[in-house]
Design a protein around this ligand. Structure first.
Ligand SMILES: Cc1cc2nc3c(=O)[nH]c(=O)nc-3n(C[C@H](O)[C@H](O)[C@H](O)COP(=O)(O)OP(=O)(O)OC[C@H]3O[C@@H](n4cnc5c(N)ncnc54)[C@H](O)[C@@H]3O)c2cc1C
Length: 546
């Protein structure tokens, strides 16, 4: 972890910087007085860093955490602050270049690393985290990564965000798309806490400027904030700063974001897959769903438990429960043990091993977000899909999952169907409060596959596609919003959703991600990116465009 990442700034106490005309044209008077650049990194010389194919760094910078996706931009621009982003975008507009945006580089699809983009804007140098006293909100820059964010918020103010479980995911894409983690049942998703956002936009005349949009009811730009709170990255402009404050929170900084417990029980429990019969597998899914539904209210004591149930391919080892329980709630350990016993009863077998550690919050977070090869090896090839669930698993889905997860002709140590219990605080907001519309599911399913070699692409992509298509065969091969399923998660983008061979439903990819919020997102697009300058395979389209 670099010193640059670790450094913490208090906005308002730093030296003032001169602002370019573009940045001074911010959306609110307060914003004009305090551009994000005041606390961001200085440029590393007269010029913005530019990496071209001849540069030794190029090969490193044209891919992210999915080695299957490699870009071919003619240049990578590495701005260090908002003004530099404005300059880079202005040059791209002038030269009619197609740009793409990278923050943490963890996108599962080719929205950033592809063969069409000419300029890749790499935001990793814009990575500060701190408290902005003027806005009474914490700021997080797009290039900041999750573990750095958690560490800084925790050591500085004793607060945190209910974000994802991988240390190196970037704020840029993660916050815009939602952000689920072990604290989400208790505190919602990260995008629910976004108070304001600074975005570099391009208007109809090609004029580039940084604007600030907040959720204040009087803010004329609040539609842009609405769209960035769950609408996903790469749609409307370049985010150069997020500000976060929990809805309704007031007072000292320590009260403005969730306060994590002092200690948690960090849980890893494994059940012997080979002893889980088909009937027991069915019972497990039934009982797990029942539990998730029963405890989906924000008043359940189990909002204090965040977890993932990893049902990996049977050849790879046990069925794994990984998660954490707030150790400070009454009867915490008993609640946890009861849940583990409940799962054992459902599977009809006892755990083969169980590791429950009582740890300080940040020790557990550091351990959990850095554990295992898939979270650490940027050279893996991956494919991911997702599905929200609203009711029990229909028999046909259980049949397919069991068959695919026990198939003897397929092996991969990193193929999982992950059940992530949702609900709790996540479902306290209405479906239209932010662009994130999935507010009545009790469960999100993540289909995940990681592997090492290109020669295994076909096998793994094939397994993933067959599984998903067959699980959702009754609804055209995708989890359409209906009584049982509820669409897909934009931070788990999946290009197959727009392939007519793989999505035979009448529900287009955008309605799977956004449901009824898509029309409003299109209106925001028309207002803030009327030339469709910011685009990728699944970016929000202008009204009337497909
Ligand atoms: C190993 C791994 C673990 C994960 N774990 C979780 C998890 O626990 N919970 C969860 O919810 N998700 C998880 N994710 C998914 C993650 O939330 C998304 O991949 C997220 O979009 C990544 O953001 P990024 O900035 O790292 O990626 P990037 O690839 O940089 O960006 C993702 C998208 O956002 C756009 N974008 C990036 N920065 C900006 C910006 N500044 N302005 C506008 N658009 C921008 C990009 O163009 C791209 O379309 C995980 C992903 C990986 C690879």
């Amino acid at each position: 972890m670099s010193m640059l990442n670790r450094r913490r700034f208090l906005a308002g106490t730093g030296a003032a910087v001169a602002t370019s005309g573009a940045v001074a044209a911010l959306g609110t008077p307060a914003a004009a007085a305090q551009p994000a650049a005041a606390a961001q990194g200085a440029s590393r010389g007269a010029r913005i860093t530019t990496v071209t194919p001849a540069d030794p760094r190029y090969v490193d910078m044209v891919s992210g955490s999915n080695a299957r996706l490699v870009g071919t931009p003619e240049a990578i621009r590495v701005p260090a602050n908002t003004q530099e982003v404005v300059e880079v975008v202005r040059e791209a507009v002038r030269d009619r270049k197609q740009i793409v945006i990278r923050s943490g580089g963890h996108c599962f699809e080719d929205f950033t690393f592809n063969n069409e983009a000419e300029i890749l804007i790499d935001l990793r140098l814009i990575n500060q985290v701190g408290y902005d006293d003027r806005r009474k909100a914490f700021y997080v820059d797009p290039g900041a990564t999750l573990l750095d964010i958690y560490e800084t918020l925790h050591s500085g103010w004793g607060v945190t965000l209910p974000g994802g479980g991988c240390h190196s995911v970037g704020a840029g894409g993660h916050f815009a798309g939602g952000g689920y983690g072990v604290l989400s049942r208790e505190h919602g998703i990260v995008s629910d806490h976004i108070y304001a956002v600074e975005v570099v936009t391009v208007d109809k005349a090609g004029k580039v400027r940084a604007v600030i949009a907040s959720r204040d009811p009087k803010d004329p730009n609040r539609d842009l904030l609405w769209a960035f709170a769950g609408g996903g990255g790469g749609n409307f402009g370049v985010v150069t700063r997020y500000w976060l404050r929990t809805r309704g929170a007031t007072g000292a900084p320590e009260n403005l974001l969730p306060r994590p417990p002092s200690t948690v029980y960090y849980v890893q429990v494994g059940w012997p897959w080979e002893k889980v019969t088909k009937a027991a597998f069915k019972r497990l899914l039934q009982k797990y769903t029942e539990w998730s539904r029963k405890h989906s209210g924000a008043d359940s004591p189990y909002t204090a438990l965040g977890h993932w149930l990893f049902i990996q391919h049977q050849s790879s080892g046990p069925i794994l429960l990984v998660g954490q329980m707030d150790a400070t709630v009454p009867d915490a350990r008993k609640l946890l043990d009861d849940f583990i016993d409940y799962l054992s009863a459902a599977m009809g077998t006892e755990p083969v091993w169980s590791d429950i550690q009582h740890l300080p919050f940040m020790k557990a977070t550091t351990f959990g977000t850095t554990a295992g090869e898939p979270l650490n090896n940027p050279n893996l090839r991956t494919m991911h899909k997702s599905a929200y669930m609203k009711s029990d698993f229909p028999d046909r889905q259980v049949e397919v999952l069991y068959r695919q997860l026990t198939r003897p002709d397929y092996t991969n140590q990193y193929t999982y169907v992950v059940l992530h219990s949702a609900g709790g605080q996540i479902n306290e907001l209405s479906a239209t409060e932010t662009a994130s519309s999935h507010r009545d599911s009790h469960l999100v399913i993540f289909y995940e596959c990681y592997w090492h070699k290109a020669e295994d692409d076909e096998k793994n992509l094939g397994w993933m596609r067959d599984t998903y298509r067959e699980v959702y065969a009754d609804t055209g091969g995708v989890p359409v919003p209906n009584r049982v399923t509820d669409g897909c998660y934009i931070n788990y983008p999946d290009k197959d959703l727009s392939d007519p061979e793989l999505n035979k439903s009448s529900v287009p990819w955008h309605d799977l991600y956004y449901k009824g919020n898509y029309r409003r997102l299109q209106q925001v697009k028309a207002k803030w990116d009327p030339t469709d300058f910011f685009r990728h395979r699944h970016s929000v389209r202008l009204p009337g465009k497909r």
